[in-house]
Design a protein around this ligand. Structure first.
Ligand SMILES: [Zn+2]
Length: 439
């Protein structure tokens, strides 16, 4: 048995007793002798929260991106900075760039790519994650005749880029744990059973969705406005997934994708646990369809901060008003969960929570302020059950799993900053996986 002494839970101070992977009791503080416990953790009035769950992340891509050259805002904003970033790479083989956006140097031509790097094979990923730009050396190595590869990650998997994925994944898990994250749902469409097993071996609670080669978990379906599938085929795909006992999770970032996905789910017959990933643009007119499709929306408030300035420049005003909505979904009673979509956003869930409350861009501009929510609501987006992202926030109470995030101060102070620095300790299934070294 372990004791977390004098923690603030739902506004009151309690001693929390942890038995194996479970919370055994919450007692009035001061009445628990310390001698009976294998470990005693001093909370000193700090808030104790359910461990955070990132409901949509890409762990392997995050690991890879941490070992890659950043090629887009905010790190790189001009062609000159891009040249410098590539030139600084000491890789003797492949150079892998990530996070590119056209605001840096337009749509890169093959000539531009060769000017960035003539000798070593170079591939740069667009920040949407679906497009890679290649230089001539990379094209030759891969044996392709075009310098733009669209949704062809399979072809690039593991090619000539020395990277220890397992070590990278362990680093990613450690970084998440330091933010108070105890679990994450990997939303990578190419996940298969082998990859799922690898991800589930991490010290955080990983849930996995994926494509046909995965036998359980949500079936991830990608839509692209440019090449929308035939609705009958989409309905058939959803039915197939449901018949094999799987719910679907459909990636929708445009208004058209959202409407198509919802119509298809309704026609196929909703499972009740189907999901819409992102729902980046959602008018009030879509709410009724969302209800009829019985879906949960999994949103990324961090994009308001991280990409907001770009949205203000690029997105038409009627869409800007309904970008990454929060309060609008809440008011309509639509189940809503929170996520970061890292590495396409920062993996820090506190940044996402902050953005949900402030609705400010990195440049300080307001973006959809009427969609802001309270800090409690922002937190709840990340503390729902991994299998029910839009359900009730988990509670610290006897019988609940001991997946816990302990902060170094009471919630009243935490909510004013919402920063990962305030995380003091993280427990997963009752095991302390992180404890800040300060006392
Ligand atoms: Zn994603």
């Amino acid at each position: 048995m372990q004791l977390i002494r004098s923690a603030e839970v739902d506004g009151a101070l309690v001693d929390v007793l942890v038995d194996g992977p479970t919370i055994a009791d919450c007692r009035i503080p001061g009445k628990t002798p310390a001698t009976d416990f294998e470990a005693v953790w001093e909370a000193r009035g700090g808030a104790l929260l359910p461990g955070l769950h990132d409901h949509h992340i890409h762990l392997a891509a995050l690991a890879a991106s941490r070992a890659s050259v950043r090629c887009g805002p905010p790190d790189v904003t001009t062609e000159e900075e891009l040249e410098q970033a590539i030139a600084r790479s000491r890789s003797s083989g492949w150079i892998r760039g990530v996070g590119y956006h056209e605001s840096v140097a337009g749509v890169p031509s093959r000539v531009q790519m060769d000017a960035l790097e003539a000798r070593r094979p170079l591939r740069i990923q667009h920040r949407s994650g679906k497009l890679w730009y290649l230089n001539s050396a990379a094209m030759a190595t891969l044996g392709v005749t075009t310098h733009e590869l669209f949704r062809e990650d399979e072809r690039l998997r593991g090619v000539g880029w020395a990277f220890d994925l397992d070590a990278g994944l362990r680093d990613v898990a450690d970084a998440l744990i330091q933010c108070g994250v105890t679990g994450a749902t990997d939303a990578t469409p190419s996940n298969d059973d082998a990859q799922a097993e690898r991800l589930r071996g991490l010290p955080i609670d990983v849930r996995v969705m994926g494509g046909d080669a995965l036998t359980s978990g949500h079936r991830k379906i990608l839509l692209d406005d440019a090449v929308l599938p035939d609705i009958d085929r989409l309905i058939a795909t959803i039915r197939d997934a449901h018949e094999s006992g799987r719910d679907v999770a459909v990636h929708c970032v445009t208004r058209t994708e959202l409407i198509l996905a919802l119509a298809a789910i309704e026609a196929a017959g909703p499972s009740g646990a189907d999901r819409i990933e992102h729902a980046s643009v959602a008018d009030d007119a879509a709410f009724d369809l969302i209800h009829r499709a019985g879906v949960t929306v999994v949103t990324q408030p961090n994009f308001v901060f991280e990409r907001g300035d770009q949205y203000l420049a690029d997105v038409e005003s009627r869409d800007r008003a309904v970008l990454y909505r929060l309060r609008g979904f809440d008011r309509a009673g639509i189940p809503l969960g929170g996520a970061t979509d890292a590495p396409f956003g920062s993996p820090d869930p506190w940044l996402a929570m902050r953005a949900a409350t402030m609705r400010r861009t990195r440049g300080g501009e307001a973006l959809g302020e009427e969609e802001s929510v309270s800090a409690e609501r922002a937190l709840a987006l990340f503390t729902t059950d991994p299998e029910r992202p839009g359900g009730e926030a988990r509670k610290i109470m006897p019988g609940a799993p001991a997946d816990l995030c302990l902060l170094d101060r009471p919630w009243a102070s935490v909510q004013e900053r919402l920063v990962a620095d305030d995380v003091k300790a993280t427990f997963i299934s009752g095991v302390c996986r992180y404890h800040r070294n300060d006392d």
